[in-house]
Design a protein around this ligand. Structure first.
Ligand code: ADP
Ligand code: SF4
Length: 673
């Protein structure tokens, strides 16, 4: 059942468990999983349904889908989506609705036509929009055609038919979508896309006409049994070119205030809605969306990376929101509501706001989560975020290394009942997480360590030994049946990066990210040269600039920190560097460095640039710390004599990657025993 008040619930959080009427349906509590993508959608509907069911089991009172295309000209391929464009889609989506219902939760369907965002690459239909405009997402030079009245009628019919299919599939809440700059209704609303001369263009009332009609059509079609929700972005951060929370965004809420049964409000575009912890803190949307509830008499749900039950209860108590919306916090911890209900808030696996989940969606692969390695493995691997099968043998396990891979392995093996010893060379646990969390804006990343240490502290069968560097003899003499290396990696001091090219002539103080992460702060002129293209290069440039150095940040790539485009942070991150006065040079590789000067050559031609540089920080690739593991694996007889049955390597010492990869590797190993 959805999470209910229990005798253990902290009384301060009791109001989170009050049911709430939304139109003709009633949410059993205030925990609302707003629509979020899965990176796979209809390519693996059973996996998606299993993941949504897990949220319902974890106590979310409402669980929604991702966007559901209503017609062939709403096609956003290669981005995955669900579909309600034909009656044959009903059984597939009904399966998810049934699974969610089993646990007492309501289920919501986000119907969407993405207008100028729908490039129709699969359906090959011409794209449509309020006016003829270049498509928003497409790199191809392709424009939408301006819709005529017959097109508008057809769109309304498609939306209505999709709403009826959602009802037939058993959905309780049916959405009209007007958010993120990803909806045809938003495109009609926006002056910048709409220069129509008819009753759908011009005044705000006219530009809002299509949205009003879609809401009325949906109410009329399914409102007897389903609540009609409007997902609406009140602020676009475009000033007069867009909707603002104190201008036309507010006016739209005034215009339509009691038409939907539920206002699901947020910010546009997606990068503003799903901000990372580096750029915003919990509850960051309040100052924009807070007005909505004062205008409408209908319930309001909003998001803000809520993980603290105190903050959630406070939002409701102060009349900001009626329902606590969550996408990422529900990915990081599908059992968050149940933990609050049971007075176990300390057990919440808090989202760290890293947007690795979004990076997967933007790469068209199933979402993975840094904190929750079971995300999207509920169906295909039958992994549960809270429960693991008991151990299958008596073996004891020695884990060497207390970074994210080692900590996750220790916790998950501990959950299974194994006797686990974890030895860490450093005086404190956390490995790279502890070091990276000291970079500007990344303190929330420490939650990866803190959650696991909190869980481990409750396990009598797991012993942690910080300040314990292990060598081969210690391991052979330890007496564990299984040995797991989670010894991490270190950054290379030579300029070899993506593509594997080495620079010439290097003669001067060369630093690596490890030096900076250990607190070294070179002064004077510093060149940070990034061939990796992840988040570290820019953060090091920021840290050094903030500490007073004159920093140039260069990359051979066409743009800096390319990975951050996938986490929706690239613009913010680069704007911050520019504001701090960091000199950005893209499309230049390192040709040489002598103390005092670095030479960069253009990757697009013969041009060269000389940069004053007393220090060079190379952000290249990482070298796995696998010496000990390789030593041991090279002596099978001694392993056998010491009673060691298996030697495994996990995380960065096996294949350097993201923290998410290390956590996943630790979990996968624990599942495999
Ligand atoms: P991962 O991301 O794979 O978990 P980290 O670099 O975060 O890797 O963590 C690896 C940890 O292993 C570091 O904290 C490091 O101090 C520790 N470590 C490396 N070699 C040894 C060793 N020989 N004995 C104990 N701990 C070690
Ligand atoms: Fe949160 Fe990061 Fe997990 Fe996404 S990947 S849910 S941002 S912890």
């Amino acid at each position: 059942m959805s999470a209910q008040l229990t005798p253990q619930t902290d009384p301060r959080h009791a109001l989170l468990f009050q049911p709430l009427r939304i139109g003709p349906v009633t949410a059993p509590n205030r925990f609302y999983q707003v629509p979020h993508c899965t990176g796979i959608a209809d390519r693996a509907p059973d996996d998606v349904a299993a993941m949504r069911e897990m949220k319902a089991m974890g106590g979310w009172g409402v669980v929604c889908t991702e966007n559901i295309e209503i017609s062939a000209d709403a096609d956003i391929s290669p981005y995955p989506a669900l579909r309600f464009s034909s009656d044959s889609d009903i059984p597939r989506q009904a399966r998810m609705a049934d699974l969610v219902h089993r646990h007492g939760a309501l289920v919501g369907a986000e119907l969407a036509h993405m207008g100028l965002y729908s490039a129709n690459r699969t359906s090959r239909l011409a794209s449509i929009g309020p006016s003829s405009r270049l498509l928003i997402e497409a790199v191809e030079p392709v424009q939408a055609r301006a819709m005529d009245k017959a097109d508008i009628r057809a769109l309304r019919q498609d939306h209505r038919a999709a709403a009826l299919r959602a009802k037939a599939a058993g959905f309780d809440i049916v959405y009209v979508y007007a958010s993120h700059n990803l909806s045809i209704a938003s495109h009609f609303l926006a002056r910048r896309f709409n220069d129509r001369g008819d009753e759908y263009g011009g005044s705000l009332e006219n530009r809002a006409r299509l949205l009003r009609e879609l809401l009325e059509d949906t109410q009329e079609a399914v409102g007897d049994r389903c609540a009609v929700a409007l997902r609406f972005a009140v602020e676009e951060f475009l000033g007069p070119d867009g909707l603002t929370h104190d201008g036309e965004g507010r006016d739209v809420v005034e215009l339509l205030k009691d038409l939907p049964d539920l206002w699901d409000v947020n910010l546009s575009d997606w990068s503003n809605d799903s901000q990372t912890s580096r750029f915003s803190s919990e509850g960051y949307q309040e100052s924009y969306v807070g007005f909505v509830r004062k205008i409408t008499g209908k319930p309001v749900v909003g998001v803000g990376r809520f993980t603290s039950p105190d903050t959630m209860a406070d939002q409701i108590r102060r009349g900001i929101l009626d329902l606590i919306g969550a996408a990422r916090p529900s990915i990081a911890d599908p059992f968050l509501p149940r933990k609050i209900a049971e007075g176990r808030s300390d057990d919440i696996r808090e989202c760290i706001g890293c947007n690795i989940c979004l990076s997967c969606e933007n790469s068209f692969v199933p979402i993975r989560c840094t904190q929750n390695p079971t995300m999207m493995e509920e169906g295909r691997k039958l992994w549960h975020p809270e429960v693991m099968r008991p151990r299958s043998a008596e073996d004891s396990v020695l884990i060497i290394g207390g970074g994210p891979a080692g900590l996750e392995a220790a916790m998950s093996l501990g959950r299974r009942g194994y006797d686990v010893t974890l030895a860490e060379a450093e005086a404190s646990l956390g490995g790279r997480v502890s070091r990276e969390a000291l970079l500007p804006g990344l303190s929330a990343w420490g939650r990866v360590r803190d959650y696991r240490l909190g869980q481990l502290a409750k396990m009598a069968n797991v012993s942690l030994y910080p300040a314990s560097r292990m060598e081969s003899a210690d391991i052979l003499g330890f007496g564990a049946g299984r040995v797991v290396f989670a010894t991490g990696a270190h950054w290379r001091r030579e300029p070899v990066g993506r593509g594997g090219r080495a620079a010439l002539l290097l003669d001067g103080p060369i630093l690596t990210p490890d030096d900076i992460l250990s607190g070294h702060r070179p002064v004077g002129n510093v060149l940070v040269h990034d061939t990796e293209g992840g988040y570290i290069g820019g953060l090091i440039a920021e840290a050094l600039r903030t500490a007073g150095a004159d920093v140039t940040f260069s990359t051979p790539a066409l743009s800096h920190s390319g990975f951050l485009a996938l986490t929706l942070e690239q613009s913010r991150a680069l704007s911050r560097l520019i504001a701090l006065g960091v000199n950005l040079i893209a499309a230049h590789d390192l040709a040489g460095f002598q103390s005092g000067c670095a030479n960069l050559h253009s990757t697009l031609g013969a041009a060269r640039v000389d940069i004053p540089a007393n220090h060079l920080v190379l952000v290249a690739d990482r070298i796995p710390e696998d010496r000990l593991a390789r030593d041991l694996l090279s002596m099978p007889n001694r392993l056998q004599a010491s009673g060691i049955l298996s030697v495994d390597r996990i995380g960065d010492c096996y294949a350097p990657g993201l923290i998410a990869h290390a956590v996943y590797a630790g979990h996968q190993l624990a599942q495999s025993f």
